[in-house]
Design a protein around this ligand. Structure first.
Ligand code: F6P
Ligand code: MG
Length: 478
């Protein structure tokens, strides 16, 4: 990659990469081992059990290599097309060790290695070690889901029946209201990301629920350090006013569960308001960074919402043994959830909501490689009015996870995806890693001075927790 700043690496004690490799990743593997254990014990098929035990020992070996700072070993040939690229890059990087390797490459490699363990089995090929966690956290976000469902029904049914937004009398007022709602939906979508599971290792469920309610969202607006939503809105509304027939918005998804739910809220709003005529979702193809969306997660979410009363009344074994009971949904809660489910399935059936996987999203490289490395995908994204990149990892990939000075313009830091690319990029990112660009002069210094804002080694600790966010836009013009 032709960028100038060095990439963050696990050897740098000031970077979150350091803690990630030493503390976070071993925990993630351990949780994976627990999960496979559970599924193995639940199985009655001898061959499945036998393979399950082998998987557990492979995962334990991976954890051992990581914790003892061994070399990253080549990805075994599991029959997938990307093995070669991963291994060539590994060799080109000089067979690095876990504790001194560029963060972005190593973290992608980690999930690819885990996937290879499963891909080489017969009975566990399609198994997702993170699926259980993803659905559990969705269930625990019930209060926020119900609040949003009620609001969604109000807004969308008004748009459908009266082609307006409550309270708007004139065309001008309608447009202003549309923009306000666009902002709100995007911000819901932004903070929905604060709840990803790879950070759950240091966030409690209670913290998460607090993050999800609408009061919390209003409070959090001041935590959005740069907010380009007005420019993104203009892009969509000008295309609409120009009478362009097909106006597509793409969402490069991040996490399943609650975040996918809010992505669907945004998608549904865009279509219902006419700000877009279709929305394309880009999921991952292998279990990725714990909570990222796979096509199966999309199906799981819709089937939970198809029978919400059943979904919410089914208790986990833990809840049962803790003596918990489920509170049934009220008639109006059920009504809102049914409305939302029907709206989503109808736009899906009409082809206005599309799921489009691509292996590029689970390669190890940054998005600086997208134009050359995935030319068809790149051409496809240029067709879109707006490509929304959700979450922290997508932001790290856009900016090549490099140690840019924090005042570097966003458009510079995204390199070939920036000016001249023809892609209109909107990043909705809660900060969970070191890289951050496009900040006003002095902001980083100010945040570092706050309590807990900096590490002893001068690291950008304020940017690790998901408390702060940036919303940045690039219009792709030369
Ligand atoms: O920084 C912690 C981390 O888990 C990174 O590994 C990764 O970039 C990110 O958070 C995952 O978050 P998100 O789901 O928002 O991409
Ligand atoms: Mg994620």
């Amino acid at each position: 990659d032709a960028f100038t700043a060095p990439q963050y690496a696990t050897s740098d004690p000031a970077s979150f990469a350091h803690t990630s490799a030493r503390e976070r990743w071993p925990i993630i593997i351990t949780q994976g081992i627990d999960d496979v254990h559970k599924s193995t014990w639940a199985s009655t098929d001898d061959a499945t059990v036998k393979e399950g035990k082998e998987i557990v020992s492979e995962l334990a070996r991976l954890k051992y290599e990581l914790q003892h700072d061994r070399e990253l070993s080549p990805i075994p040939d599991d029959g997938e097309a990307d093995v070669k690229a991963y291994n060539e890059e590994l060799a080109a990087r000089g067979n690095p060790k876990w504790h001194s390797v560029p963060w972005l490459y190593a973290e992608c490699y980690l999930y690819r290695r885990i996937s290879a363990i499963f891909k080489q089995t017969q009975h566990w090929r399609a198994y997702d070690i993170f699926a259980r966690q993803k659905m559990d956290t969705f269930k625990s976000s019930r209060p926020a889901v119900l609040e949003l469902a009620a609001r969604y029904k109000d807004i969308v049914s008004e748009l459908q029946q009266k082609h307006t937004i409550k309270g708007a009398q004139t065309q001008q007022e309608l447009e202003a209201a549309e923009e306000v709602l666009f902002r709100e939906m995007c911000e819901i979508c932004l903070w929905g990301n604060a709840t990803d599971l790879s950070l759950l290792t240091n966030l409690s469920y209670e913290d998460i629920q607090k993050l999800q309610g609408s009061e919390a969202r209003k409070q959090s607006e001041k935590n959005i350090l740069v907010n380009d939503l007005d420019r993104a809105f203009k892009t969509l509304s000008s295309a609409q006013k120009a009478g362009k027939k097909d106006r597509r918005v793409d969402i490069v998804l991040d996490n399943a569960g609650f975040e996918l739910f809010v992505d669907l809220i945004l998608a549904g709003y865009l279509v219902a308001s006419g700000l877009a005529t279709s929305v394309v979702f880009h999921p991952k193809s292998i279990p990725w960074f714990v909570s990222d969306v796979l096509p199966a997660d999309f199906a799981a979410l819709l089937s939970a919402l198809a029978q919400p009363q059943n979904f919410y009344s089914a208790l986990s074994d833990e809840d049962k043994s803790a003596g918990k009971t489920a509170t049934p949904l009220s008639a109006s809660e059920l009504d809102s959830l049914t409305f939302l489910f029907q709206h989503w399935t109808s736009i899906y059936a009409e082809g206005q909501l599309v799921l489009r996987p691509n292996d590029f999203w689970t390669q190890a490289g940054s998005y600086w490689r997208l134009p050359q490395g995935a030319p068809e995908l790149f051409a496809d994204l240029k067709e879109s009015e707006l490509v929304i990149f959700k979450g922290d990892l997508n932001y790290r990939k856009l900016t090549a996870d490099a140690a840019w000075p924090p005042t570097t313009p966003f458009t510079d830091a995204i390199g070939p995806m920036g000016p001249g690319s023809g892609v209109r990029v909107l990043a909705l990112r809660t900060c969970k890693a070191d890289v951050v660009v496009g900040l006003p002069e002095g902001k980083d210094e100010e945040l570092k001075k706050m309590e807990g804002g900096s590490t002893d080694a001068g690291g950008r600790k304020w940017a690790w927790s998901g408390k702060w966010a940036v919303v940045q836009f690039s219009d792709g013009k030369a």
